[in-house]
Design a protein around this ligand. Sequence first.
Ligand code: CAA
Length: 262
Amino acid sequence: MLGDYEYKNILVDVEERIATILINRPKALNALNTEVLKELEDVFDRLERDDGVRVCILTGKGDKSFVAGADISEMRDMDPLAAISYSKLGHAVLSKIENLSKPTIAAINGFALGGGCELAMSMDIRLASKNAILGQPEVKLGVIPGFGGTQRLPRLIGPAKAKELILTGRTITADEAERIGLVNKVVGPDVLMKEARDVAKEIANAGRFAVTTAKLLMNRGLNMDLDSAMILETQSFGICFSSGEPAEGMGAFLEKKKPDFK
Ligand code: CAA
């Protein structure tokens, strides 16, 4: 399937059912222009359909930046209609990533600013290297976060901290991001990708139907009333028992073996 993943600004490697997607535009600190966004849209469509892929890791090329934001040189001369289209494209791509049936891990290897922080927030798990800097500095450029930041950040870390960060445009260190719940874990830059792969392997070795269903329930449930979300959980719990996975997982536990989910 590797031949399916050939892009100008993105490199993809699939190994042991784990896809690693590298945004490869280091001269612009991996900023997201329209071309990169369209390539991301395409790659995640393909990864969704690729049966050989269970988990996706996204990172940026180089040791300085994950993604330094939406592309400022592309945005500077936009009129309002062009800016709305750009925001809609960003929303479409990030929603696709958020709703991918396979879990996603952002390996934040440096700056994750503006659209870069928004991209990381559309993923399930965020690991950051010690040198990472995160934030939504858009107001300093006279705009607002336009790829979902005003909505995802308060949902993720609560409105008080989100308002402080978005209204001041201040950036924060990886350690501060971990403290406020914006990233899951901070590690040294040299072990970031190993850590991401270790988490990915753990997920890839678990029951596929169970993992997909748990992700869907958490994503959907957060936007539903609690009673309806609980009903959805109960019904989904039942459906898990038609997947064959409980027989393997619970059988292996009772026989004191490691499960082998197909
Ligand atoms: N868009 C386009 N180009 C960018 C960029 C961006 N978001 N961020 C960095 N670059 C480019 C720089 O213009 C520079 O290009 P040249 O070498 O051709 O001059 C190159 O990347 C290297 O950047 P710097 O020289 O600035 O590197 P630095 O180490 O001095 O600073 C930085 C690094 C603090 C990240 C700084 O580049 C910076 O502040 N970048 C902008 C961050 C930002 O404001 N992001 C939000 C964008 S708006 C947005 O994302 C809106 C939205 O929600 C949709």
